[in-house]
Design a protein. Structure first.
Lengths: 177, 444
């Protein structure tokens, strides 16, 4: 390739790439961008870059400390076939990181309480009890009505996750203490 | 004057035939959202859209309404009797809930009030006689059932699954029917809802309209033809993994994500052990991307990267399929599930042997070995189960035979006529409805 007439203007670049495999025309890249991001065994970022994980009914949100500039930012973590796989771009320096299932699980094992089935049942029951009662007190019950339709009662399904997450936070604090 | 029927959050394009069947019965559908409009337009039926009937200022009016209540709501939320409700045996959960409750509640209330203003406008402009809901337990859907009941407009929910036995009470979850009526898939779905305390008179066994397509001749292609469609080798065996995802009721418990991953990896390990002759299909759940909040623009990247990731282990014999559901099922010699999925019944209807991995220990199961499906007791047993079934066609045929025996319990009649039955139910509800007159609306 280097001998082809069309390649002559790129000879210095080709030479540079041969000397330094991580070099690209856009400048040197860090290891986390050169490792094959698809190999299951490779970690693209260290798990401690993930500062927190929020599991919600509408998806997963990860709080990431940018490995390049240090800025903390929240980003949605994709999943496919039930496993975590997503890429995230730092809003400050545009550095991109890919979080695969291994990195996600390492961080989740560190940051998320692993509730037993009995604990999950107890927390769901407790969250439901709260969700079904908090809006029933005057004057809240009247304020949460529109044209006689009870809005608080109608909202139950979406409030349960908030309360459950609160209970999980208490559980996490207790286990850490 | 034609009776108008609102189809709200009926977002499955497979329901297009239901719209046409309702129109054939003399109803005028009002379609909410873009999913069913192209087919209605193509069929040249008389229909309206929810969007065209919207008051231009519905959102503004809703905002003004909520803004006027804001300070009173904040004060009411902070009253001691409300705060006391958040005290649990684990401790006071209010400090953890409060930072997000306000924002989430504002978002929910805005959607609810906008929907109710919108519904009122639809009533004023049409002869609204029934509301069909794709789902009835999101806050605005449930608010709609209350509003409709107040003015004698019947509501019908189209069930989209069969509920497993309930272990915990989850307020607002699908095992409680909030619409006046629900059209369920079969006897087992009905019994499950009765067991959860729903009035049997509201539960109509119709079969699933979206499964009618599975009974058509086109869906009964032979495995070799299906494999060719998917560009697979028609002569080599195929195992399909129908992946699931953490649903709305369980998403916030990491244990479910953890188990999901374990099921996935168990399958990939077993697929690896099966050897290079066996072709592997992995089908992500079609709702996963939208439910996980993944931006649509990321989908191609996600699929491509996932495919390459799988290829690291399984080479070129693995394919990620996101379309061609029927072909994928028919191409497979065995279909493996990681969770209790409604698609299990789809595989049974298409006469493919089903293997189900264990879920979180102690969680109630819906499909048992009495239904003919193979329940693997331990993850480590998956390889030997698949290996045995691949090499023994007679055993696979026996599983299909037993699955077929269980199907009538899971899916009513199985004649491909569920769409017509649901359309007739909608027509009956709409014709029997005696909606309150508009002028009576406030006093109704």
């Amino acid at each position: 390739v280097a001998g082809h007439p069309a390649s002559r203007r790129y000879l210095r670049l080709i030479e540079q790439c041969r000397r330094q495999p991580t070099y690209t025309p856009d400048g040197p890249v860090t290891l986390d961008r050169t490792v094959n991001p698809l190999a299951s065994a490779s970690a693209f970022i260290s798990a401690d870059v993930i500062q927190s994980i929020l599991l919600t009914a509408g998806g997963i949100v990860v709080q990431i400390a940018c490995a390049s500039c240090g800025k903390a930012f929240a980003s949605r973590q994709g999943t496919i076939a039930g496993i975590a796989l997503g890429r995230h771009r730092c809003p400050a320096c545009q550095h991109e990181v890919i979080i695969g299932p291994d990195e996600f699980d390492r961080a989740a094992n560190r940051l998320q309480p692993m509730a037993t089935l009995a604990e999950m049942v107890a927390m769901t029951n407790e969250a439901s009890r709260i969700t079904e009662h908090w809006y029933r007190h005057a004057p809240l019950d009247e304020l949460l009505r529109f044209d006689e339709v009870p809005l608080g009662e109608s909202a139950e399904r979406f409030i349960v996750p908030l309360v459950t997450l609160g209970l999980l936070q208490i559980a996490a604090r207790r286990s850490a203490a | 004057m034609k009776r108008d029927v609102l189809l709200y959050d009926v977002a499955n394009p497979d329901q297009a035939d239901l719209v046409l069947a309702a129109a054939r019965l003399g109803l005028r559908p009002i379609l909410a959202g873009p999913h069913l409009v192209p087919s209605a337009r193509q069929a040249n039926i008389d229909f309206l859209t929810w969007e065209e009937l919207a008051p231009v200022d519905a959102g503004q009016r809703a905002r003004r309404e909520l803004e006027s209540r804001r300070s009173s709501l904040v004060a009411a939320l902070n009253r001691p009797e409300v705060r006391r409700e958040f005290i649990t045996r684990m401790g006071d959960v209010w400090p953890a809930v409060a930072p997000t409750l306000g924002a989430e509640l504002s978002r929910i209330l805005l959607h609810q009030v906008t929907t109710l203003i919108h519904l009122d406008a639809v009533r004023r402009q049409t002869n609204l006689s029934a509301i069909v809901l794709g789902c009835d337990n999101a806050p605005w859907q449930r608010a709609m059932t209350f509003a409709a009941r107040k003015v004698n407009i019947p509501t019908l929910q189209l069930a989209h699954g069969i509920n497993p036995p309930v272990l915990a009470h989850h307020a607002g979850d699908m095992y409680t029917v909030y619409a006046d009526h629900v059209a369920v898939f079969g006897k087992r779905a009905r019994e499950s809802l009765i067991h959860s305390g729903n009035d049997p008179g509201r539960l109509h066994v119709t079969g699933a309209p979206q499964w009618d397509a599975l009974y058509r001749d086109a869906a009964r292609m032979d495995a070799r033809e299906a494999r060719r469609t998917l560009r697979l080798d028609p002569d080599r065996p195929v195992v399909l993994f129908a992946a699931s995802y953490t649903g709305t009721a369980s998403a916030y418990f990491y244990a479910h994500h953890h188990r999901q991953r374990a099921c996935h990896d168990t399958f990939i390990r077993a697929a690896d052990q099966l050897g290079s002759d066996v072709q592997i299909l992995v089908r992500p759940h079609p709702h996963e991307v939208s439910r996980s909040g993944t931006p649509a623009g990321e989908l191609a990247w996600l699929i491509e990267n996932y495919q390459r990731r799988l290829s690291d282990t399984l080479g070129s014999r693995v394919t990620v399929v996101t379309t061609n559901k029927i072909e994928s099922l028919r191409a497979a010699d065995i279909v493996v599930f990681g969770a209790e999925s409604t698609a299990i019944v789809e595989a049974m209807i298409l006469e493919r042997p089903v293997v189900v991995l264990p879920w979180v220990e102690g969680q109630p199961i819906l499909y048992t070995s009495a239904d003919g499906v193979v329940r693997v007791e331990r993850d480590d047993d998956l390889f030997s189960t698949l290996h045995q079934l691949i090499s023994q066609p007679m055993k696979r045929a026996e599983i299909v035979r037993r699955q077929n025996m269980a199907l009538p319990d899971l899916h009513h009649v199985g004649d491909g006529q569920a769409t017509q039955r649901v359309a007739e139910l909608i027509a009956r509800l709409a014709l029997e409805a005696r909606p309150a007159a508009q002028t009576d609306r406030r006093s109704a």
